[in-house]
Write a protein that binds this ligand. Structure first.
Ligand code: 8YV
Length: 326
């Protein structure tokens, strides 16, 4: 493109950075606005918001209501992830804004992270690593005994794509699997519990794989954690908002819960400092979809959805908006 020709590329707001190859492709095909680099995002949007037609963002950050409002010409939001809790889909539907996400490509990796955290908590993998590195092994001998997973009962909160991938992995560990969801799902071989509290009473391990948002906020509360019990383990690979984090810290501190493996937190990247001191807790930095393979395929889907939208074609992986659900 020569300098005397007008730049006709659609204007795109990138809310958070993505893999370099995605950034490169976006820079080539769109007139880019980098929101995360702006010291005063409101002032930036006042100055540049009017011409922006597309947004690329990730599942965790989503699109704040005030940013959506500051983009009167917005037509398309491409989410680099599967979480829809950080974008107001009703508002998007009312304004006729299309939304895409990146389902399937990250399912196995997110489930693997759930399994990794579960094994790490039950078998004290991270603690054992610290035990060796710090010289404790040579000094104090064998580390404390850990817990067997095979034969134990696992409960999955949310039997969606990730929940089902987890169920298959837990079955391979020879654990029994039960689940709760909005309703019993047809064709699933796992036992259904009508709510999370009854599920927690029945299992040794509770794994949160449900969607975030208002419907699940603090669903795993003090009562649920106490039902899971002193020998119980909580794993969360979905959204920090689903667990009452203060109640979780108290239950772990008071010994009412046996351990936790957490990939997500209520106020990321902040993590309650009490958790940092606990050897029965394993922490991860919201990295469940963070393999090169998942992130590459997620990036490819972001590019493909934006491309299709601006070419007037059907989106490869559209999000069904609330008004279409009737
Ligand atoms: C993030 C996620 O999108 O899919 C989701 O909703 O939370 C993650 O996969 C990922 O951190 C990309 O930034």
């Amino acid at each position: 493109m020569t300098t005397d020709q007008p730049d006709t590329r659609p204007e795109l707001l990138i809310v958070a950075p993505m893999m370099p190859f995605v950034m490169g492709a976006l820079e080539r095909d769109y007139f880019i606005h980098r929101l995360w680099e702006q010291p005063d995002t409101s002032a930036y949007l006042v100055a540049h918001g009017a011409g922006i037609r597309g947004v690329a963002t990730n599942g965790g950050v989503g699109l704040k209501a005030e940013v959506m409002t500051a983009l009167p010409a917005l037509e398309m939001v491409a989410i680099y992830g599967v979480g829809l809790d950080a974008i107001d889909l009703h508002k998007a539907a009312r304004r006729g804004i299309r939304v895409s996400s990146t389902p399937d490509v990250l399912t196995n990796d997110v489930a693997d992270q759930g399994l990794a955290l579960l094994l790490a908590v039950a078998r004290r993998v991270a603690y054992g690593d610290r035990y060796v590195r710090s010289g404790q092994w040579a000094k104090s001998g064998e580390m404390a005994l850990t817990t067997r997973l095979s034969g134990k009962r696992a409960g999955i909160v949310g039997l969606g794509r990730v929940g089902q991938a987890l169920a298959r992995r837990l079955t391979a560990l020879e654990m029994s699997v039960a689940y709760t969801d909005r309703a019993e799902l047809e064709g699933q071989p796992y036992a259904f519990s009508p709510d999370v509290l009854s599920l927690a009473r029945e299992v040794d391990v509770l794994i949160v794989a449900a969607a975030g948002g208002d419907g699940t906020r603090k669903m795993v509360n003090a009562e649920v954690l106490s039902a899971l019990g002193a020998g119980g383990i909580l794993i969360n690979i979905s959204r920090g908002s689903i667990v009452d984090e203060d109640a979780l810290v108290s239950a772990l501190q008071g010994g009412q819960l046996g351990g936790a493996g957490l990939d997500v937190f209520a106020h990321e990247p902040k993590v309650p400092s009490a958790l940092l001191e606990m050897d029965n807790v394993v922490l991860a930095p919201h990295a469940a979809s963070g393999t090169r393979e998942s992130r590459r395929e997620m990036g490819e889907l972001v590019l493909a959805n934006l491309k299709a939208f601006f070419a007037g074609e059907a989106l490869p992986t559209p999000v069904r908006l609330p008004q279409e659900e009737k």
